[in-house]
Design a protein around this ligand. Structure first.
Ligand SMILES: [Fe+2]
Length: 359
């Protein structure tokens, strides 16, 4: 699969207006009396910020924007980033936070505990072509079909006791006992049930899957998709990168010579034992229009899996029924993707050759 250069335009795309209306209306159920805080940094196109603010105002809501500095290290270092207290103060008053800069942060968790709901249209970063991604992966697909499919996938994970991911002759086994599936469908509001579905969600949809408690995950896997680590760059190995785990701990990095050396050197240099723990989450993409680009839309590429490493204490701590003490803590969170693995849930084929068997 080729890496894609998306459409990076400096003007407002007319199609941005209906997709942002869709997000505020159907995913966020925005009401006229609500307070909306829009957080961005200099990476977010001005016209995207203005469009979110203008559309929220058109709904009759109050809407303010705050632009903060670009965090050092990008998405990988979000768990350890520090944020101005001014942001936290504004977040306390928000009913809805449109986050295009922060991602994981303690003040976001506090705002949610205070009753706010948070949506991250660019998966925590408002990148230069996020409007292109949202139009392609939300407006040009049936997002409600993707949502319902994501719910079915989450139910399959909830019902299963084991997950085996097969790449070539290697297998990675994860014990799913007492691990509920999460839909990861991007909807705060469930338009079918007319009720709230989530307090914190990420776009584009969808990436259903599981949070993996610390200590689970044994075996080897061959990574042929995107690798997100330091620096804030989404890299795809030229040949497969082989990762070997023992009880949820990365023990050996092999395969692709250049990528293996770079990843090993980066991990060694961190001095953070928590960065070696994982997988901390496993998600499968089910968006037919998601591509391998420098946007985290690659987590939604249909039939691929993305696993996270390092920290997952912040988001996991908000999930109902999850004990925050069993989720790993680290100053970094990094990810790897496998494009078309074979996946068995309780020995039944759940995914193979890019197809998903959700029911
Ligand atoms: Fe991740």
């Amino acid at each position: 699969m080729a890496s894609i250069t998306p459409d990076v335009a400096t003007r407002l795309k007319p199609d941005s207006i209906p997709v942002i209306k869709l997000i505020l209306e159907e995913l966020c159920n925005l009401q006229p009396d609500q307070a909306v805080l829009i957080i961005s940094d200099a990476r977010t196109p001005d016209h995207v910020v203005a469009c979110f603010q203008g559309m929220a105002l058109a709904f009759g809501a109050e809407a303010v924007t705050m632009e903060c500095r670009i965090p050092e290290g990008g998405a990988t270092y979000q768990p350890g980033s520090r944020w101005p207290s001014m942001l936290a103060q504004a977040a306390k008053e928000a009913d809805l936070i449109i986050d295009m800069a922060v991602g994981y942060a303690e003040f976001i968790v506090d705002a949610i505990r205070n009753g706010a709901r948070v949506i991250c249209p660019g998966d925590g970063i408002g990148g230069p072509f996020m409007d292109d991604v949202l139009i392609r992966t939300m407006l040009h697909v049936d997002i409600h079909a993707i949502r319902r499919h994501a719910d079915q996938i989450a139910a399959r994970f909830s019902d299963a006791k084991t997950c085996i991911v097969i790449t070539g002759t290697d297998e990675l086994m994860i014990d799913l006992t007492d691990v509920p599936g999460e839909s990861g469908c991007g909807f705060l509001w469930d338009p079918d049930k007319k009720d709230w579905k989530s307090s914190w969600t990420f776009l584009p949809p969808a990436q259903p899957g599981i949070l993996v408690p610390k200590g689970r995950g044994t075996g080897s896997i061959n990574v042929d998709g995107t690798l997100l680590y330091h620096p804030d760059y989404h890299e795809k190995p030229d040949t497969q990168l082989r990762l070997t785990f023992e009880d949820g701990h990365l023990k050996c990095i092999g395969g692709d010579r250049v990528m293996a050396a770079r990843l090993e050197a980066w991990l060694d240099g961190l001095g953070d034992e928590g960065a070696y723990y994982g997988p901390v989450h496993l998600n499968i993409g089910n968006n037919p229009n998601a591509l391998l680009t420098q946007s985290q839309e690659w987590e939604r590429v249909y039939g691929s899996i993305t696993c996270g490493m390092g920290d997952f204490s912040l988001l996991g701590g908000l999930m109902p029924g999850i004990d925050p003490n069993i989720l790993n803590k680290s100053s970094v969170h990094w990810d790897w993707t496998v494009l078309h693995p074979k996946i068995l849930l309780d020995d039944r084929v759940f995914a193979e050759k890019g197809r998903i068997y959700a029911v």
